[in-house]
Design a protein around this ligand. Structure first.
Ligand code: ZN
Length: 230
């Protein structure tokens, strides 16, 4: 191997799993692994989603880089039970008193008390108990729960008024423009589209998606435009 620069050496060899810091807005970190994990650092310390099993180390490396300890997290929200959102939960939650919060319909799938019957097939993540069962419209830690079923049975999105921010989960994606998720992964495609129309009624400027780039400025207009064409 030819070393082109000291920087390249450090980047490739010493920190192979390092995820570049990405602060979308002050206090809103977007950790891009297979599926996006969002970290809110203000008067709260909140994680939303935990990526895939294999990515738990990357999420913890990121926390370490910005000097956040998993034991200091107050709440870990899980938007839905798909493996690329819930897979890292057990490892990140290990040894942390953080509460786990999810929609009440999704809780038994996350805990593996019930077999999930939608795509993408049977689950294999280690079950983790859900401490806070969420309902539509409820506010927890300043985040408003928006029940957005259709991608999975108990999917949710979160609205953070203090940052004019929607954390969409997989209620929509932004991979080549803002779109619904691929219907191969939606348990109820029609309900998934109704959920996008529901999101369009909220007023927000910024958005983080489970898949695709986060949007800073004008995000609500893009969701509203998509909703009009569904
Ligand atoms: Zn999903």
């Amino acid at each position: 191997m030819i070393l082109h620069s000291r920087k390249e050496y450090l980047g490739e060899c010493l920190w192979p799993s390092r995820v570049a810091p990405m602060e979308l807005l002050k206090g809103v970190h977007v950790i891009e692994t297979y599926a996006t994990t969002t970290l809110l650092v203000d008067d709260r310390l909140i994680l939303v989603d935990t990526s895939a099993d294999a990515d738990a180390g990357k999420v913890m490396d990121y926390l370490n880089q910005i000097r956040v300890k998993p034991k200091d997290l107050s709440t870990i929200f899980i938007t839905h039970t798909h493996p690329d959102h819930v897979g890292g939960l057990a490892a990140i939650k290990h040894g942390s008193p953080a509460k786990v919060a999810a929609h009440r319909i999704e809780a038994d799938f996350i805990a593996r008390k019930r077999v999930y019957d939608g795509p993408s097939g049977p689950q294999s993540h280690p079950g983790t108990a859900v401490d806070v069962l969420l309902d539509d419209g409820q506010k927890v830690d300043g985040l408003e729960v928006i029940f957005t079923p259709g991608h999975t049975r108990g999917s949710l999105s979160l609205f953070d008024a203090s940052h004019s921010l929607l954390i969409a989960g997989d209620a929509a994606r932004n991979e080549s423009g803002v779109q619904p998720m691929d219907d191969r992964y939606n348990v109820d495609p029609k309900q998934h589209r109704e959920s996008i129309k529901k999101l369009a009624k909220f007023h927000f400027e910024n958005a983080v998606f489970g898949h695709g780039a986060a949007i800073k400025g004008g995000a609500g207009a893009k969701i509203a435009d998509l909703a009009k064409h569904l």
